[in-house]
Design a protein around this ligand. Sequence first.
Ligand code: GDP
Length: 287
Amino acid sequence: MIPVEMTDVESLSHAVRNSDPHEVYHLAAQSYVSVSFDQPLYTYDTTGLGVIRILDEMRKFNPKIKFYHASSSEMYGIEKSKIKNEKTSFHPVSPYAIARVLGYWTVNMYRNRYDMYATNGILFNHESPIRGVEFVTRKISNGVAKISLGLEKTLKLGNLSAKRDWGYAPEYVEGMWKMLQQKKSDDYILATNRVHSIKDFVNEACKVAGISISKIESSKENFRPFDVQYMRGDYTKARKKIGWKPKTSLKNIVKIMVEEDISRWNRWLKGEQFPWDVTPDRRSVKI
Ligand code: GDP
């Protein structure tokens, strides 16, 4: 492990030179949308300028290194078209999304200006049992698991009518790798082309956990000041060019996540510790 800090070019230079990599997967960022409103400059610095810092170190050290940038569907923001593809224009509405747009164009510029193999993966929401509890899917799977074991009485969410295009994270990681195994670099969307509401996710999760839906509340305090209501991606280009397609249905993703959380909390009840679940008072955490 070589630690780096995205605001510190020295540490990035050291990591690139000492690891001498063939491929770089750049996932480091301040990636919470809500936090980005409280810390816009830090978000621009790490998530946006960080891309330039690392790419430029690669250019100086070895411009043949292949680069993957974790771009984001958040860049589309309130853009009006129902389904987004690689030609859809961006209309970002948060400091996080704006920083991502900076990174996106930086990658394009290094590809065109310096002929580097630099790729943007525009990944729509991808979930798994190791998703952070700050995100709604894991908050739900974790919450219903605790309710089913009597560790919690209710779960408070926010906007239940928002719709998302949720895929299974391990498949998306394979897609990232595929993006770097091509002859030329390009930009690709990974998505499922299907949407479900937060409510749909809740219903399915309650079914798997065997609890009543009445335990789940929607509370105004958990609504975002400016929410993206609908997000759906077209993965046709990735299917055709890199042979990628999503395989796991949302129903199965919910099952995998809820069952894993129930199993963890059962193990926790027997004394096992899970550092990623030792969270502060969740009521004070903004979404
Ligand atoms: P995002 O798509 O990257 O913002 O991923 P999230 O999982 O954080 O949020 C997805 C959607 O769920 C957004 O429209 C949120 O407003 C909505 N949502 C509703 N309740 C909650 C909640 O309690 N926590 C979070 N994180 N999102 C919630």
